[in-house]
Design a protein around this ligand. Structure first.
Ligand SMILES: [Fe+2]
Ligand SMILES: [Fe+2]
Length: 292
């Protein structure tokens, strides 16, 4: 990858700006982005919207099939760091931002609010733990990765892009858009091959999935791996790549999404009271240290 300028690495004032924007796009748990709401959404006059647009321009331009292979090779060898879960949360919390008044809560608070909302609804402990771990992959930013290679809606690479992906017009600048290997409906894939055989744009979802794949049950792994794949779980796109197992697992990804999007609350959970519960489920499912 060529040398990027600072504004190409960090177009957003913080990663939360992307998530706030997703909530604007999907303001309630049932909604999908109809063309009308998409229009309204784009006309909304907000300086933050421009940074989000620039963020997607970079994301859609640079997330090529080859870029994804390169990042997988680099980061999925997990040779950078080994940390206990608690060290990992401290590390993740170095991702703070003081320029954005909306982000008073650190990354750990978002994880804890997600997991607490799941727990309050009586879901199994492995799903609570999934809520707690789901954004751990954002540590990629602390390894110097550009924001558009860490967050943002994810999408399959190696086949034609759905026009239901946010800002689809920016894909025209992606070299894969005009590559006949990659720009057909199926591209490098076969009909119904299953998402496990599909390369998804690189980011915090795939990274945390690979980190957790030996420790959590299958529905949890789908929640981790596809939580930013809105074109699939909200818009119903890419049905021709799915197999029966994906169709079966979709309900879990959909179940998880509202806890991620709508659990944000300015009041932080009472961590000292909660700590021993979380120590218990971490010890039950995860090894003493994780490799990054
Ligand atoms: Fe996430
Ligand atoms: Fe999240």
């Amino acid at each position: 990858m060529k040398n990027l300028k600072e504004e190409e690495i960090n177009p957003l004032s913080s990663l939360d700006v992307w998530e706030d924007d997703v909530v604007n796009r999907y303001p309630d748990p049932e909604s999908i982005a109809t063309s009308k709401t998409t229009e309204e959404y784009r006309q909304y006059d907000d300086p933050k919207r421009d940074t989000v647009k620039e963020f997607y321009r970079l994301n859609h331009t640079y997330q090529t099939f080859d870029f994804v292979q390169e990042k997988r090779q680099d980061f999925l060898s997990f040779k950078r760091k080994e940390m206990s879960i608690w060290e990992a949360f401290d590390f993740l919390n170095q991702l703070v931002d003081d320029s954005d008044p909306d982000t008073d809560l650190d990354q750990f608070q978002h994880l804890l609010q997600t997991s607490e909302a799941i727990r309050a609804d009586g879901h199994p402990d492995w799903m609570v733990l999934t809520g707690l771990m789901h954004d751990m992959g954002k540590v990629l930013c602390l390894f110097g990765e550009p924001q558009w290679a860490v967050v943002g809606d994810t999408f399959p690479v190696g086949c034609a892009y759905s026009d239901k992906i946010v800002y689809p017009e920016f894909f025209k600048a992606n070299p894969d858009f005009s590559n006949p290997l990659y720009n057909t409906r199926l591209g490098v894939y076969t009909e119904g091959c299953g998402l496990r055989n599909v390369h998804i744009s690189w980011g915090h979802d795939e990274y945390v999935y690979q980190m957790m794949k030996d420790y959590l049950p299958e529905p949890a792994l789908y929640m981790l791996r596809y939580h930013s794949f809105y074109a699939w779980h909200r818009e119903g796109e890419y049905s021709y790549l799915l197999d029966d197992h994906d169709r079966e697992m979709l309900k879990w990804v959909k179940l998880f999404n509202p806890y991620d999007l709508y659990s944000k609350n300015p009041v932080p959970p009472n961590w000292p009271e909660l700590r021993s519960y979380y120590e218990g489920i971490i010890a039950k499912y995860l090894p003493p240290t994780l490799k990054f």
